[in-house]
Design a binder for this molecule. Structure first.
Ligand SMILES: Nc1ncnc2c1ncn2[C@@H]1O[C@H](COP(=O)(O)OP(=O)(O)O)[C@@H](O)[C@H]1O
Ligand SMILES: [Mg+2]
Length: 226
């Protein structure tokens, strides 16, 4: 599904150049659940952002289902994201003044489809993560765990083939973190490919493969028994 070939990402300011990713080559097959680990600042979010096409590599190629995304226009990438990708963040990123149902519907914003079917998709996504009874509440009325589950519903409402999660359990306590992991594993079992950045070794252990990054380089990629 994903093939990264000698990917690098450099940030340049007036004087300083930072290499966030250095010569990363990586293949991720459809249906995999990959955990990415590494110390703060090693390039994990940069890698996830490039996989999500919200950032572009400075060098190298990114193939998705055999198609080179590095050459495509912003409009084409926006369509790609809307049709195929779902994003989950550490800090939930819900919109404060929209209800939970409205927040989840944002996940369908750039997708085609009739109003009636959109409502059914939103309801199915809410039920899947257990926030259906909070549809008309606002984010601040929910616990952190509920907010993250609503954010997962927003990510999956369009039935993406690839889910990208950047420290999805980083702001949650043990129990809520475990719930999020169960939801992600269920989505993976149902066919979604998942790439998750985490600092939690026990959460990384639940993925089918673990990738370690150090100073922008991929230093290990190990299949795990799950
Ligand atoms: N927009 C940016 N401009 C300049 N440097 C950046 C930018 N984003 C990230 N970096 C740098 O790239 C490196 C990797 O960052 P990041 O991918 O966020 O790491 P991680 O997610 O592993 O903590 C860090 O040195 C960071 O300071
Ligand atoms: Mg990060």
């Amino acid at each position: 599904m994903i093939e990264l070939k000698s990917l690098s990402r450099r940030y340049r300011s007036d004087e300083i150049e930072t290499t966030a990713l250095h010569d990363v080559s990586l293949t991720i097959r459809q249906g995999e659940f990959v955990a990415i680990m590494g110390p703060s600042g090693c390039g994990k979010s940069t890698l996830l952002n490039i996989l999500g096409t919200i950032d572009r590599p400075t060098e190298g190629r990114y193939l998705f289902d055999g198609e080179d995304l590095t050459a495509r226009s912003e409009a084409a990438l926006a369509q790609h994201r809307a049709q195929r990708l779902g994003f989950i963040f550490q800090s939930f990123n819900l919109v404060d003044d929209l209800t939970i149902a409205e927040n989840i519907e944002l996940g369908l914003l750039y997708r085609k489809g009739r109003q009636g079917s959109r409502r059914a998709l939103v309801e199915a996504a809410m039920d899947r993560v257990g926030v259906g009874h909070r549809a008309r509440h606002f984010p601040h009325q929910l616990s952190g765990g509920q907010q993250q589950r609503a954010a997962i519903a927003r990510a999956i409402v369009g039935e993406p083939s690839l889910i990208l999660a950047d420290e999805p359990t980083g702001n949650l306590d043990t129990e809520n973190g475990a719930q999020v992991m169960e939801i992600l594993k269920g989505l993976n079992a149902a066919g979604a490919t998942i790439v998750m950045v985490t600092h939690s070794p026990s959460h990384a252990d639940q993925a089918g493969r673990r990738i370690d990054i150090l100073d922008g380089r991929l230093v290990a990629s190990v299949a795990q028994a799950i």
